[in-house]
Write a protein that binds this ligand. Structure first.
Ligand code: URP
Ligand code: ZN
Ligand code: ZN
Length: 512
């Protein structure tokens, strides 16, 4: 009997730290060897002239989920995971979304059933928390975290989801005591509401005014406040879908001072601008997401943030809504910018876009690409060792990329249900031709080969960020914390109290 079920042979194998020419041996869905001249497996795939990368992890995507406005997105777990797989992604982490009248256990049970029946690749869940009441904080969230839902998203804006600062502090304290990672949608709600109301009162209803209402200052202010709240509790946070230079500069400064702040960005902030919302008629609605695409200066800041570690996570924020009454245009031609569903599709093109414009265009190394699209997500969301790398013992989740394949993006070649792509007509270089999930060849010859429901739920560990909050050495962290404490508290503290402040759990703050 063969030692391997599958051998991927003669490829350039890339991880976040190196690129080597090697074979990969797979048994029972796990990588069991990486080396030269491995014996033949039951199946051999030649990867000669190809680049073999860890399957992507998309840790921010909305699937089969009701939005804050109560609109069901266009993709279910089948279409979303099929689209993800065709784009080189083998793990997704979408959101089991609590709305204010819903109980968390019901939300999770419903979402788990939907995923179990349809997903073709592996998946975990984050929670969206809209009602952090006593039951949620003391009972339901700890239970969900124990079940492997070790991250949750909270909103500083949207009428139906927004938490105030007091509630955010409660959530952060809970995250510290229960070892969960809090993801924050950081935009100043009242700034946006005030601007939007005035724009509408003056008859400015077109999609382009969405970008005016969601001013970069609103993102910058909320980002700064989220960081302050995180520092007060002493627990890391991850700011999601960062778009504006102002927010990026704020995050970078906080990190340089040793704060345990992590941040994510998405394709729309590299490849689109607010001008895209100013298209003919209501076409701009196809580019309407929150925060909105900005300008070329912010695009440059996003590239710089990806390169220097300020933005270690590159997710899609796939939030698919059709360009019709079910999504973008609930009131048809009369829909105002306040009424159109927020969000863009991107689950399939996330990796090809960054591969082409990042790696092939010389802006990122292949290792940086792997880190940004896969390895850092595993580390941030409690999947280290199992997902996000090519190493003995890891799941055999692989993308075999042809770096020379040229593609012109059209909506018709994609597999999600949105019906349009914001990247229509864009020319890309490099494509994942074969995609392998736990040793199964799920995409090959542009054909899907995976059953509905064959994806598995991932019970995730605590984020690595919680055990090594700032990613610094102990000595660096101590020095950085001294700066924060001295600047923030303006008083003298002993070494002992400084190191206790470093701890991500501060038990006296977890009492409610
Ligand atoms: O506009 C967006 N990003 N819609 C999706 C929901 C969210 O806030 O991530
Ligand atoms: Zn958001
Ligand atoms: Zn989102």
């Amino acid at each position: 009997m063969e030692e391997f079920d599958l051998v991927v042979r003669d490829g350039w194998v890339a991880t976040a730290s190196e690129v080597v020419e090697a074979d990969i041996g797979v048994k029972d869905g796990i990588i069991t060897a990486v080396g030269k001249a491995l014996p033949r497996g039951r199946r051999d795939i030649s990867a000669s002239g190809r680049w073999v990368l860890p399957g992507g992890i998309d840790s921010h995507c909305h699937v089969e989920q009701l939005s804050g406005m109560g609109i069901m997105c266009a993709d279910d777990f089948y279409s979303a995971t099929v689209a993800a797989a065709f784009g080189g992604t083998t793990t997704i982490i979408p959101f089991a979304a609590q709305h204010r009248d819903m109980k968390i256990p019901d939300v999770v049970a419903d979402y788990a059933k939907r995923a179990r029946e349809k997903a073709v690749i592996d998946y975990g869940f984050h929670l969206i928390l809209a009602n952090p009441d006593e039951t949620a904080l003391n009972v339901d969230l700890p239970a969900a975290i124990r079940e492997g839902i070790t991250s949750l998203k909270v909103y500083m804006t949207y009428d139906k989801l927004k938490l105030d600062d007091y509630q955010l502090l409660d959530v952060l304290a809970l995250a510290a005591s229960e070892q969960a990672l809090v993801m924050i949608h950081a935009e100043n709600h009242d700034m946006i509401r005030w601007l939007a109301n005035r724009l509408l009162a003056r008859g400015h209803k077109a999609p382009k005014f969405h970008a005016v209402a969601h001013d970069p200052i609103a993102e910058g202010e909320a980002t700064n406040r989220a960081i302050a709240l995180s520092r007060l509790i002493g627990v890391p946070v991850l700011i999601v879908h960062v778009s504006a230079r102002e927010a990026i500069d704020t995050i970078r400064t906080a990190k340089q001072r040793g704060a345990a702040i992590y941040a994510e960005t998405c394709p729309q902030y590299l490849f689109l601008t607010a001008d895209d919302l100013d298209r003919n008629g209501l076409d701009g609605a196809m580019y309407c997401c929150s925060p909105p695409p900005r300008d070329e200066d912010s695009q440059a800041a996003v590239w710089a943030g990806l390169k220097d570690g300020t933005l270690p996570i590159f997710s899609s924020d796939h939030a698919p809504y059709r360009f019709d009454r079910t999504g973008k245009l609930p009131k048809g031609d009369a829909t105002t910018f306040k009424e159109m569903a927020n969000g863009l599709p991107g689950i399939e093109l996330r990796m090809p876009l960054l591969f082409s414009e990042g790696v092939m265009a010389g802006r990122l190394s292949l290792q940086e690409f792997v880190a940004l699209t896969s390895t850092n997500h595993a580390s941030m969301y409690g999947l280290t060792g199992r997902k996000g790398t090519i190493a003995v013992g890891a799941d055999a989740d692989l993308g075999i990329w042809n770096p020379n394949r040229e593609m012109t993006v059209t909506a018709s070649m994609l597999h999600d249900n949105t019906g349009y792509t914001p990247y229509e007509g864009r020319k890309l270089k490099g494509w994942p031709e074969i995609v392998i999930s736990r040793g199964r060849t799920v995409v090959e010859n542009n054909t899907l080969n995976a059953e509905r429901g064959s994806g598995q739920f991932l019970k995730r560990q605590a984020s690595d960020a919680l055990s090594s909050p700032s990613g610094l050495s102990m000595a660096e962290a101590r020095e950085a914390l001294r700066t924060i404490v001295e600047v923030g508290m303006k008083d003298e503290r002993s070494e002992a109290s400084l190191s206790s402040r470093r701890s991500s759990t501060r038990p006296y703050l977890t009492c409610r």
